[in-house]
Design a binder for this molecule. Structure first.
Ligand SMILES: [Zn+2]
Length: 220
């Protein structure tokens, strides 16, 4: 049962508690992340470890615009892309730039209680906001409807999985780490599907969820 005193936590959430694994000690970090900037990021969030900067960009973090959360990284450490839902769709050029600057690790951070799971609920207010900015009502409606489909996500954990597989298809030689932050504790969690993936990475193509072709962009 979800605890009433912790509405934004994931540990006791019925929706998330069986789908995420907490990282309580450094031993809980998957071995493929040990010694990488991904482990440093987890240390900063979950163990209060200070991140040492070298002045070189070490990773790219993609996460939601969510105002209740901020990646715990110092300046001169990471490229950060923040977009509604946290997916990189439409920002692949930025990722390519980060790769060209030597980045070899990409972290996708999803979170609970994401507003993008309720786009239809927010739509009227978003249209009204545009009209308030001087837009014609019909154009405002058209704009919001057009983008709502692209930004809407059904479920925070599933959406993270889809984006992970999509990016793996597009960028084959960069380490991509899917993480999930709990808004109440600021702690990072690992989605269980990723731990399953690690056990049988060769099967990932076969078990990859169906992804609309247009989201793949420039696949050969
Ligand atoms: Zn969000």
């Amino acid at each position: 049962m979800a605890r009433k005193d912790d509405p934004l936590g994931v540990t006791h959430s019925v929706k998330f508690n069986t789908r995420l694994t907490s990282i309580d000690t450094p031993e809980d970090i998957p071995t493929n992340w040990i010694g990488t900037p991904i482990a440093d990021l987890i240390g900063s969030h979950n163990f209060g470890t200070e991140i040492k900067v070298t002045g070189e960009p070490r990773m790219l973090i993609s996460t939601c615009i969510e105002f209740r959360y901020r990646p715990a990284v110092p300046s001169q450490y990471a490229y950060v892309i923040r977009r509604a839902s946290g997916r990189l769709i439409g920002s692949e050029f930025s990722l390519v730039y980060a790769l060209s600057r030597g980045v070899k690790h990409v972290v996708l951070i999803a979170h609970n209680d994401c507003g993008m799971t309720q786009v239809s609920l927010h739509k009227p207010a978003m249209i009204a906001a545009l009209v308030d900015q001087g837009w014609d009502a019909e154009r405002a409606e058209e704009f919001v409807s057009m983008h709502a489909g692209r930004y809407h996500i059904e479920d925070e954990v599933d959406s993270l999985k889809r984006e992970f597989y999509r990016l793996k298809r597009l960028f084959k030689n960069v380490e991509i780490a899917p993480l999930f932050v709990s808004l109440s504790s600021n702690r990072l969690h690992i989605p269980n599907w990723y731990l399953d993936f690690l056990k049988k990475p060769d099967l990932y193509e076969g078990s990859a969820p169906t992804i609309p072709t247009e989201e793949y962009l420039m696949l050969p």
